[in-house]
Design a protein around this ligand. Sequence first.
Ligand SMILES: Nc1nc2c(c(=O)[nH]1)N[C@H]1C(S)=C(S)[C@@H](COP(=O)(O)O)O[C@H]1N2
Ligand SMILES: [Mo]
Length: 361
Amino acid sequence: MTGFGKRPDTIVHEQDPFNAEPARAALGAAPITPLDTFYARNHGPVPDLDPGSWRLRVGGLVERELELGLGELLGGRFERCEEVVTLQCAGNRRAGLIAVRDIPGEAPWGPGATATARWGGIALGDVLAAAGPRPQARHVAFVGADRSEEAKPPQLYGASIPLRKALRPEVMLASEMNGAPLVPVHGAPLRCVVPGYIGARSVKWLERIELRAEPWDGYFQSTAYRLLPPDGEPAPLAGMALGLVAVNADILIPDDGAQVEPGPVEVSGYAFAGGERHIGRVDVSADGGRTWRQAELLDDLGPWAWRLWRIEFDLASGANEIVVRAWDSAGGLQPERAESLWNPKGYVNNAWGRITVHARG
Ligand SMILES: Nc1nc2c(c(=O)[nH]1)N[C@H]1C(S)=C(S)[C@@H](COP(=O)(O)O)O[C@H]1N2
Ligand SMILES: [Mo]
């Protein structure tokens, strides 16, 4: 059983809490990811909230505390906005790190813990302006309705971003995904969407916003989603907090290990710059990285979305190692090997994407 309306070929890492990613070919089929193909990343059970009685509370370092229902938020007081945004989990492509050294207790995500949707809702900044941040406020924390037993101690899911990011127009409170009302597994009735930041900051089932002088002190901000040195141990404030996404790319079509006919083969995948950067160039090699050609970049979906890319190669019979590497607009290139990236929680594998394709003959 797959569940939550996902495609039958979805790869389910965990049924409860529900953690699942699409197969490579499904993710590579469209620039805007259909709902049944969008990965799901949950740290606890999916809450089923009643939109009629649901309230958003805004408090902490504000001039005016707010408590708003869905009608008050979406009824016209705040201007409606829409944005195409790629979400990417910090654990995306962890399988490549696990291949270097095991990471017990963490799901072996492939390249599918990222996806792109057209989100509809309101700007977070407009709601913050209504509450009036006090001068001491530096961070905005989001608290969801889901209680995670994975956290130490068990607690509601929460995260924070810097206030200066929260006030930017691209940061949304979203009630719609791809033109339809948000579904429960993706955070209904309202979630944050924080473009350019790791998915963990886009808090689902949002019920509380707290303005603070310091980052959120809950488990998912202070202990999880931190990049540890290879010999580090997870502990509050150990290592560095993750925020901006690093440049990344992988191959989606053909599948790793696919059998193809020798001759022309189309290769395609995604590249995502993260932060405020965009994709500058995507190189692809069909000979394990000895020679490179530039891929064609497909639909430009705006500043907060991935670029799908494609290129055609003439494959000789035998095993062909296909490699992708992306450059961002800051001149940053993905690291070549996952070996140098290994970390105890398995975050930020942005090593060059590699697959092997077998041409028979
Ligand atoms: N309330 C809540 N929000 C959450 C999570 C969660 O477990 N609970 N998971 C986070 C993580 S780690 C990611 S990557 C994204 C995934 O969003 P999606 O499930 O809609 O793909 O949601 C984030 N928001
Ligand atoms: Mo995530």
